[in-house]
Design a protein around this ligand. Structure first.
Ligand code: UDX
Length: 495
């Protein structure tokens, strides 16, 4: 036809370089974004840390998942830490600093020397806000993507105002301490616009719990987050019906903010439209740990909505005392449970030390409990036997729970999680928040509230949110349309 010669002369699609911070929750969601871009016909280069890439390749069929997109390629870069260096718990701070001091200049060098080939546009993890200076220097358009909620982003963004007003630092507390708080911690915070009526000191990002505003983590988070208004646009893994009011606040500073989440659900909608059989049969795992699927068989044998799924994500490290309190609480609640215990997720797992879990606890779990090192979480949450989620309120976990309609008991560990859990309990009413408490009677009571006492209330609110979340990623939904606009935007500026 007449069209053919024209089509043939079209330039190749734009190539987008995607650069996540090297952590599970960041790699997950940005791989979903990468796949969405591929499905829209763009070419994508995904830049992993060497360390994560090895793990990804070892534990998943990630190569197969992307093999069907000819324009897709992986590249790797060092995260600046030795292979054996731990990358969870407090060690995550060292990762932040090594990425900043070692990966950052290397990233610039690799771009300058053309190691990624022609790059039309960069989508960088906004926690590495400095990417904007590098992109500007080289004249490459750049977007910032944040893996956190809009409400957490906005709390991070408000750190200068919080400091100015003297509302932080919240003295004598450290990022990793979640002790029982005093009354000061319950005072409402006034300097995060839109949250004045419900955000307490204890709900602020954990970095605010420091003795001095010169705290390097607080400074890093503040400085990087402040860069995002300079990006071409901000991309968030959330949806309008969930965070509309806070998104309006964000848009006063970052006028072009694309909400395109929940990405894991969005990916599924688009994939279903494009799918050939090969596409659909490849799994969606992007786990850095070996997934233990035996828990699915165990779940199949459990009664409807009877199981509490327990997972504290990819970074949290519990003390032995915390572990024991959780264990007693769960056992005493008499609920069935599936518990994810990552290797090394308690310090007691170190060589030569024993966890010394009391015998009656281990016995008490045999009938009703199942434990794995790493679960296929999306599938677990979607399983009909799962009725509740005891979570650390990481943003991916929260979104996965929302889409699956599973109410939550929140025990935030650090970073953005303190903010998320407040929204889950007070704003969205999708569960209860037990932050800063870790006591067997509280755990038991919270699980009982979730699964029995307040069940009806939570069933209603979670069901509503399931509908809204699914609609947002369906054709014509807000996230679906925003993603189409994002693609247009990328194409326009790559011309
Ligand atoms: C941190 C932050 O707190 C989070 O908000 C940010 O977006 C990323 O980094 P993390 O501990 O990784 O969080 O938690 P989360 O964001 O919930 O991500 C964990 C991911 O691992 C989820 O996608 C979850 O499905 C997956 N997971 C977890 C598994 O696949 N199996 C498991 O057993 C546990």
């Amino acid at each position: 036809s007449n069209m053919e010669p024209q089509l043939l002369s079209l330039p190749p699609p734009p190539r987008v370089l995607i650069f996540p911070f090297p952590c599970q929750g960041h790699v997950n969601s940005m791989l979903n974004l990468a796949q969405l871009l591929c499905l829209s016909g763009l070419h994508v280069t995904f830049l992993n840390s060497d360390h994560n890439h090895d793990r990804l390749v070892r534990h998943t069929d990630i190569q197969a998942r992307f093999a069907c997109y000819p324009g897709f390629q992986f590249n790797t870069i060092t995260d600046g830490l030795p292979v054996e260096h731990p990358r969870e718990g407090e060690s995550i701070l060292e990762l932040c600093f090594s990425v900043n001091s070692i990966t950052r200049p290397l990233f610039r060098e690799m771009l300058v020397s053309g190691q990624f080939g022609l790059v039309n546009c960069i989508i960088a993890d906004g926690i590495m806000g400095y990417t904007i200076d590098i992109a500007n220097e080289l004249g490459i358009p750049i977007f910032h993507f944040r893996t956190i909620s809009a409400c957490s982003f906005w709390a991070f963004f408000s750190i200068p105002q919080l400091i100015e007003a003297g509302e932080i630092p919240i003295k004598e507390r450290c990022v990793f301490v979640t002790t029982e708080g005093n009354e000061d911690m319950d005072a409402l915070v006034k300097s995060v616009p839109g949250m004045e009526t419900f955000l307490r000191s204890r709900d602020l990002p954990s970095f605010c719990r420091c003795s001095d505003v010169s705290n390097p983590v607080l400074q890093l988070v503040k400085n990087e987050t402040q860069q995002s208004p300079r990006a071409r646009a901000l991309i968030l893994n959330t949806f309008e019906d969930l965070e509309g009011p806070i998104l309006s606040q964000i848009r006063t500073q970052c006028p072009t903010t694309y909400t395109i989440g929940p990405l894991h659900a969005h990916r599924k909608t688009r994939l279903a439209k494009h799918a050939t059989n090969t596409l659909q049969s490849s799994s969606n795992s992007s786990s850095l740990w070996e997934v233990d699927r035996s828990c699915m068989t165990w779940l199949d044998q459990q009664p409807l909505l009877s199981v509490v799924y327990i997972s504290f994500g990819s970074l949290a490290v519990l003390t032995r005392d915390q572990l024991i309190e959780f264990w007693y609480g769960v056992v005493n609640s008499k609920k069935n449970f599936l518990w994810v215990r990552r290797l090394d997720s308690t310090p007691g797992n170190k060589e030569g030390e024993s966890e010394d879990i009391p015998v009656e606890l281990v016995e008490g779990t045999k009938e009703r409990g199942y434990m794995v090192g790493w679960a296929p979480q999306e599938e677990v949450l979607a399983h009909k036997a799962v009725g509740g989620f005891l979570t650390h309120s990481g943003w991916n976990s929260t979104l996965e729970s929302i889409v699956a309609g599973v109410p939550m008991v929140c025990w935030p560990y650090f970073a953005d999680q303190q903010v998320n859990s407040r929204f889950v309990s007070e704003v969205w009413k999708l569960g209860v928040d037990m932050k800063d408490l870790c006591d067997r009677t509280i755990v038991e009571q919270m699980l009982n509230d979730l699964m029995v006492e307040r069940r009806e209330e939570f069933v209603k609110s979670t069901a509503e949110m399931v509908g809204l979340s699914r609609r947002s990623v369906s054709e014509g939904g807000s996230s679906y349309c925003n993603f189409d606009r994002l693609i247009e935007d990328i194409k326009l500026m790559s011309m």
